[in-house]
Ligand binder design. Structure first.
Ligand code: NAP
Length: 320
């Protein structure tokens, strides 16, 4: 059975080479920016990449608004954050992006309470395994990953503009490359498989980024999107067990930690190097508008404009 040894050695060497390569390409935000006096909203800040982003901002002395759909999980995460960073200027506010009424309620409270907003991180997302139509007749994954962030960002634009040079970050994903927008079936009546709505909405994040950056050309507000890398988080909590076991095993070896996964978000939100840059797609703290990493239709302005109009109608947002 000598060949078993050879195969094991080759597989072992390949595993080490892949690990070294992945470590080498990991981007890290090197900015030492202090965020005293600034305010940031982070959606889905109670877990994963969102929590790591909130922790970084809290260490930079930012006022952090953790926008969470579950207040109990949010308050628990806040307590952990305060304990880790010593920053008590951290609050939890209720936001379920799957419901436009919740988005409106959240914004109403923010506009009442907050005099400024410097950073908006659209981080929360669901990789829903089941098709779920909400009481607002919207599909929950589409609402959480695209329509909610679309409405939230638009309703907060006034406050962002008023606060001077402010930044919006959309956390998308590399899977955007296989996403598509089916305007005649926005709730996936014809076909809903486990991945499709997630891929499509992550592509929608990119089209939204590009369209909004064009609309913000004459303002001080910038918007960029990114792929955080493959990160050990709870995102795939709903996938079937054998697949989950496989992912968790590989994940322990190769995936980024949440802190590493948050680096590109932080880079886009605070770094001097990204100041004034808008409409770009980042990976590992670098602009990455290469056809391998971004959907071929990402530059289709007609498609982005149409998605904007359809999203306005679906969210009940009056045209600005
Ligand atoms: N992990 C990866 O490998 C990976 C790769 C590419 C892109 N991303 C992107 O990275 C971002 C963060 O994901 P993650 O990996 O950190 O996942 P995660 O650990 O599952 O965190 C997702 C966060 O979003 C929140 N959330 C989900 N649905 C929501 C809703 N309807 N309203 C408000 N909040 C909601 C979750 O709240 P609950 O705790 O209440 O569920 C949680 O706080 C996502 O945009 C994801 O698409 C991740």
């Amino acid at each position: 059975m000598w060949w078993v040894w050879w195969v094991s050695i080759v597989v072992g060497i390949m595993a080490v080479i892949i690990k070294i390569y992945l470590e080498k390409i990991k981007g890290r935000c090197t900015s030492k920016a202090d965020l005293t006096g600034k305010t940031a909203i982070i959606t889905g800040a109670n877990a994963g990449i969102g929590f790591a982003t909130a922790e970084d901002f809290a260490r930079r002395k930012c006022r952090v608004i953790m926008a969470c759909r579950n207040m109990e999980r949010g308050e628990k995460a806040r307590a952990k954050l305060v304990e880790k960073t010593g920053n008590t200027n951290v609050v939890v506010r209720k936001l379920d992006l799957g419901y436009m009424a919740s988005v409106r309620e959240f914004v109403e409270k923010i506009l009442k309470e907050e005099p400024r907003l410097d950073i908006l991180i659209n981080n929360a997302a669901a990789a829903g395994a089941k098709r779920l139509i909400t009481s607002e007749a919207l599909e929950y994954t589409l609402a959480t990953n695209h329509l909610g962030p679309f409405l939230l960002t638009n309703l907060l634009l006034g406050l962002l503009k008023k606060s001077g040079a402010s930044r919006i970050v959309m956390v998308s994903s590399l899977v955007n490359i296989i996403g598509k927008i089916n305007f005649d079936d926005m709730t996936w009546i014809r076909k809903f498989d486990n991945g499709e709505p997630y891929f499509d909405t992550k592509f929608a994040n990119i089209l939204f980024t590009k369209e909004l950056s064009r609309r913000l050309e004459d303002s001080d507000v910038v918007i960029n999107c990114l792929h955080p890398g493959t990160v050990r988080t709870e995102l795939l909590r709903d996938v079937p067990q054998p697949f989950k076991l496989f992912i968790n095993t590989i994940g322990r070896l190769y995936f980024k930690s949440p802190d590493e996964g948050a680096q590109t978000t932080i880079h886009c939100a605070v770094c001097d190097a990204t100041k004034g840059i808008s409409g770009q797609y980042f990976m590992d703290c670098k602009p990455s508008d290469h056809t391998w990493y971004i959907n071929k239709k990402a530059y289709d302005e007609g498609l982005a404009k149409k998605l904007w109009e359809v999203s306005e109608q679906m969210t009940g947002m009056t045209s600005s």
